[in-house]
Ligand binder design. Structure first.
Ligand code: GLY
Length: 393
């Protein structure tokens, strides 16, 4: 093994340079911590695939009330976060306060939406029930058969690829050291995490190590069993289409629906990109884009917005959401001193980026998670058996 090449080491080593790892590193560096990120392709990861909905209200699910608090807190931080990050990086991250319309195509979908509306109201969230005609008045490209919908003016969007790029630049400008390599093994000495060894044998030494490697977070060698994050990959296939200027505005806000039990969303960007997602598949490490996945997304999108078949299809892609057993993130210290987690964000990684950065910077500097993040400490799964990890293909 080569000796450390980061001199006396860093205060913080972040393993994983996706948006969660980068926001953690940026915020840590802003607090004066000497920070290193290890990732072969920083700025990559699940954000390359994500649509970027900030859907705290429309993605509310039964049994996830605790997560709702964190989602709402992060959504509230987004305008300020976007402005600060844009100033720090000199890049626009595509934050768009456009709102969302969730619609129903048949009576089952409408019953589902009515339930969601009731749950939102019980949870103190703002949403308004609209008739089919009112939905089409807002979005004329919607199918004539739309039976009703929920207008949620507070669920916005950001462009995750721009977000990742801006975070990378902000990290560099804040003095974060980027090590382009895989972290293969956690270094543990005297019962404490003290760094990691990269694939080329280089050891990076740090006082604290943050594991933020998305769906791969459970695969780092050398992590004692009781500290292994219970994270599994959940595949999502996503399409990108382009709205030619002659068709604009095709949609003015995010439109979503549950079609035959599958969640579908169309996220229109100001630059003409239209993101259509997403499948949700428990298929381990598989990231194949399948004809069936693309067909189902296009079929459902066509039922919702028939004019979509006129648009150029510019990209198909699959990514892996990092999911924990309760679908909420894992934030903060583990059973191994010196090792912290920032992973398991599942469907909400983009939404939870601001609050995760703040929470991780707090815990790295003070040892304490802020109140809003405390329910998401990894210790809540202390008695859970680790998720069996197969080799990625
Ligand atoms: N939050 C959208 C998705 O995970 O598909």
């Amino acid at each position: 093994m080569r000796s450390s090449t980061n001199g006396d080491g860093s205060d913080v080593l972040v393993i994983g340079g996706g948006i969660i790892g980068l926001v953690t590193a940026w915020r840590a560096a802003q607090r004066g911590l000497r920070t290193t990120v290890a990732d072969p392709e920083p700025g990559g990861g699940a954000a390359r695939v994500a649509a970027g909905m900030l859907a705290a209200v429309t993605e509310l699910h039964y049994g996830e009330q605790l997560l709702l608090g964190l989602n709402v807190a992060s959504a509230a931080r987004y305008p300020e976060f976007a402005a600060e990050l844009s100033a720090a990086s000199g890049q626009d991250i595509g934050f768009r306060a456009c709102g969302t319309l969730a619609v129903a195509l048949d009576s089952d979908d409408r019953a589902h939406l009515r339930e969601l509306h009731a749950l939102q109201q019980r949870s103190g969230l703002e949403s308004e029930w609209l008739s089919g005609r009112e939905c089409r008045r807002l979005e004329p490209m919607l199918a004539p058969g739309v039976r009703g919908g929920l207008r949620v003016d507070g669920d916005h969007q950001v462009d995750p690829r721009r977000l990742a790029s801006a975070l990378l630049t902000a990290c560099e400008r804040a003095g974060v050291v980027l090590r382009r390599g895989w972290a293969e093994r956690l270094s543990v000495r005297g019962g404490r995490a003290v760094g990691a060894v990269l694939a080329d044998g280089t050891e990076l030494v740090a006082d604290q190590v943050v594991l933020a490697a998305g769906s791969l977070s459970g695969r780092l060698a050398g992590v004692p069993e009781e500290a292994v994050p219970p994270v599994r990959p959940v595949k999502g296939q996503v399409l990108r289409l382009t709205v030619p200027p002659a068709y604009a505005p095709f949609l003015s806000r995010t439109v979503r629906a549950v079609v035959r039990g599958s969640h579908l969303y169309l996220v229109p960007r100001e630059n003409g990109e239209l993101v259509v997602g997403a499948t949700s598949e428990e298929l381990g490490w598989d990231t194949t884009v399948t004809a069936g996945g693309v067909y189902e997304l296009l079929r459902d999108a066509h039922e919702l917005v028939p004019g979509i078949t006129e648009l150029p299809l510019t990209e198909t892609r699959a990514g892996l959401r990092p999911a924990s057993p309760d679908n909420a993130p894992l934030l903060g210290p583990t059973a191994l001193p010196g090792l912290l987690l920032a992973t398991g964000h599942h469907r909400n990684g983009v939404l939870l980026t601001p609050v995760t950065g703040d929470a991780m910077a707090d815990v790295l500097t003070s040892g304490e998670l802020p109140e809003v993040a405390r329910p998401f400490a990894p210790g809540r799964f202390a008695s859970a058996a680790p998720v069996p990890q197969e080799q990625p293909a």
